[in-house]
Design a protein around this ligand. Structure first.
Ligand code: ATP
Ligand code: MG
Length: 256
């Protein structure tokens, strides 16, 4: 499966979800590739040092003679590999102007990898531009993190409209795997209201697993670790492990 983690709203937990879902899949023994498509490079920096990132997803997407295999690095976890990003990725759109296949670049480069990675997780930037569209064209599934906050549903209409456009032509196989509520604080009445509201809009698409607020999830990237090695007994670890379980179940239910 190739799963894009996207929501154009910023700071909703895309990177935290991409990093820890990819780590959980790797811990379960699946060879997993985390592709960082965000020029902020947060998911790359969650595992790698800045100064070890040379060529990046910018080169793999923009340069015909650079493949993902040329930029992939191992992480601190066995089975987990990173295709890192750099700030220069922000110039990709300008670089690809006028190229007929600009939306297909990532898909083509993933195909070149053959079946080497059982799972690919793509962390998208907080925008619906060329990078996110490349992820949606390449992906089999979309996973949408929604922050448990008053403005939670802001912008999800635009995301769903983009998904419909991508399904119309370049990628009819794209499925919405689910919506995951993040940074939830179950003690507040507001958070309960918001959860109900998200359920009203997305119904059965909402994962049963809810990711609670947990400071350990904020701390682990500074130690270049996923939540599972940094704080295995935290609520963050058990929430993301349970999300991974649900993701696997949903994918297996769809794949005969
Ligand atoms: P951007 O749109 O900028 O890429 P994002 O959607 O990737 O942001 P994250 O970077 O994952 O969002 O999360 C935003 C901030 O919230 C980060 O500081 C992160 O550590 C923190 N955070 C994410 N999930 C949780 C959580 N469950 N509990 C506490 N803090 C969290
Ligand atoms: Mg991010």
């Amino acid at each position: 499966m190739i799963v894009a983690i996207a929501n154009q709203k910023g700071g909703v937990g895309k990177t935290t979800t991409a990093v820890n879902l990819a780590a959980a899949l790797a811990i379960r023994g699946r060879k997993t590739l985390l592709i960082d498509l965000d020029p902020q490079a947060n998911s790359s920096i969650s595992f790698l040092d800045h100064n070890t990132i040379g060529r990046s997803t910018y080169d793999a997407i923009a340069e015909p003679d650079c493949g993902l295999a040329d930029i992939i690095q191992p992480s601190t976890l066995p089975n987990l590999f990173i295709a890192p990003a750099r700030i220069g990725l922000a110039k990709l759109e300008a670089r690809l102007v006028g190229e007929m296949d600009a939306h297909f670049k990532l898909k083509d480069k993933i195909e070149q990898l053959g079946g080497e990675y059982e799972n690919i997780v793509i962390d998208c930037p907080p925008a619906l531009g060329l990078l996110t569209v490349n992820a949606l064209v390449a992906a089999t599934y979309l996973l949408v993190p929604i922050q448990s906050s008053y403005f939670a549903l802001e912008g999800t209409d635009d995301l769903l409209e983009t998904v419909e456009k991508v399904r119309l032509r370049p990628n009819p196989g794209l499925r919405i795997l689910g919506v995951v509520i993040t940074m939830h604080d179950k003690r507040t009445a507001l958070a309960r209201d918001i959860r109900q509201q998200i359920h009203k809009v997305f119904g059965g698409k909402v994962f049963n697993t809810v990711i609670s607020k947990n400071v350990r999830l904020e701390e682990s990237p500074a130690y270049k670790e996923s939540i599972f090695t940094f704080a295995p007994d935290s609520s963050g670890a058990s929430d993301y492990y349970s999300l991974c379980q649900e993701v696997i179940e949903r994918v297996e239910a769809r794949t005969p």
